[in-house]
Design a protein around this ligand. Structure first.
Ligand code: SF4
Length: 390
């Protein structure tokens, strides 16, 4: 990490304003800034479109920053929306987010991970294989696709198939040795504090689980955490729940099965593939089974905030928290090529604050911790609210 970036992170007195700026960025997005982006192409970590695309009206082959860093070490995802009141502007050698009236916050681009300059032993550029999520979570999408979409039953908010359908995509199915090599290169050349492994689903539940286990077994010896897979492994559960014990045996710290929405009715409507091939009841039962093995506060289930009424998502959070599972949420953002598209409009700020405040309230009540931290969790405000800066 450069000295400049370190100094920017040390400006902790500005975290309140940074948290407010992140709220605005996630709710409203920013206008496109092609001149600024082209001028700074060598200075930022670019969006690599491995599973989603929230950049409206942007040519995916033009490099666009994936995130911004705000003073005090708060990272926010960048979603380009032409109708946003917010613009990214340069003032001398500093960068700011502003609307027509005033400056909202200074920002920096996140530096491009060094491991992207290397290739795996098979000669594959590592950018085709993995990315850095926020400042220091190494992220792999084992399958940048999803068989639910292939049968017309993808989750309504998800754009994975449309996103990777372009020139020079990332590898759709990642090779295990390529993943191992990429882990080694990232650990050697960058700061890696967490790993995050996820992927689109397969109709064959057991195959998806086997793929995850293959990768977990292969990377475990090269990770620097004494046999712990420090971070999150996210998937849909296999048919046979007893297999889940392997996640614990192989050191996975925080496994998750993501509900996305709450109430079984909403789940069936918004995630029809998950409902038909896995089932709401089976996802919940698998979370409870895993919690029995792990104990409270270790198993996660993520939601998408903005898809269902406030009371529904709060009910889901409460159910999880009461049963030892840590609920979390990403803020919904309209994705190019998803079924829902822009039809939901902008998510109300008060709704957003209520969702994340409720999560933080439950964490305090049950002694749980939010996922990752403010340097990593770029599409959520749970850390900022939990910490009291928002
Ligand atoms: S399971 Fe749903 S959210 Fe996940 S990749 Fe498939 S369609 Fe997208």
């Amino acid at each position: 990490m450069s000295k400049e970036q370190e100094l920017f992170i040390e400006r902790i007195d500005e975290r309140k304003q940074s948290a407010l700026a992140k709220l605005k960025l996630l709710v409203y997005g920013v206008q496109d800034a092609p001149e600024l982006f082209i001028k700074n192409t060598n200075n930022f970590k670019e969006e690599h479109y491995a599973y989603d695309n929230g950049n409206w009206g942007v040519d995916k082959n033009r490099l666009t920053p994936s995130e911004v860093l705000l003073p005090g070490g708060i990272v926010s995802k960048l979603h380009v929306r032409p109708e946003s009141p917010y613009r990214l502007v340069e003032d001398g050698d500093r960068l700011f987010i502003r609307d027509d009236q005033s400056f909202l916050s200074e920002f920096r681009f996140l530096e491009r991970p060094n491991f992207w300059d290397y290739k795996t032993s098979s000669g594959n550029p590592t950018k085709n294989v993995g990315q850095m999520y926020g400042l220091n979570a190494l992220n792999f999408n084992l399958y940048s696709g999803c068989e639910f979409h292939k049968i017309g039953k993808g989750c309504k908010f998800c754009s994975v198939m449309a996103t990777v359908n372009r020139k020079n995509p990332v590898d759709i199915t990642k090779d295990v040795q390529d993943i191992v090599d990429t882990c080694k290169l990232a650990i050697e050349h960058d700061n890696v504090d967490y790993i995050l492994i996820t992927g689109g689903s397969y109709l064959d539940r057991d195959y998806e689980f086997e793929r995850h286990m293959q990768v977990i077994k292969a990377i475990r010896p090269v990770l620097p955490w004494n046999g712990v897979i420090k971070g999150n492994i996210s998937m849909m559960p296999p048919k046979d729940m007893t297999k889940l014990k392997l996640l614990h045996d192989y050191g996975v710290q925080n496994p998750s099965f993501n509900m996305e929405v709450w109430s079984s009715t909403n789940f069936a409507k918004i995630c029809p593939g998950k409902e038909e091939y896995v089932g709401f009841d089976h996802v919940v039962a698998s979370l409870l089974y895993l919690q029995e093995i792990y104990g409270p506060g270790e198993v996660w289930s993520n939601f998408v905030a903005g898809l269902v009424p406030l009371e529904d998502i709060k009910n889901g959070f409460r159910f999880m928290a009461e049963h030892g599972i840590v609920p979390g949420a990403n803020l919904y953002h309209a994705e190019v090529g998803s079924s829902i598209g822009k039809s939901l409009g902008r998510i109300d700020e008060q709704y957003v604050l209520s969702v994340f405040s409720y999560a933080a309230e439950l964490y305090h009540k049950y002694g749980y911790k939010p996922y990752f931290n403010t340097r990593v969790l770029r599409n959520s405000l749970t850390n900022e609210i939990y910490e009291g800066v928002l």
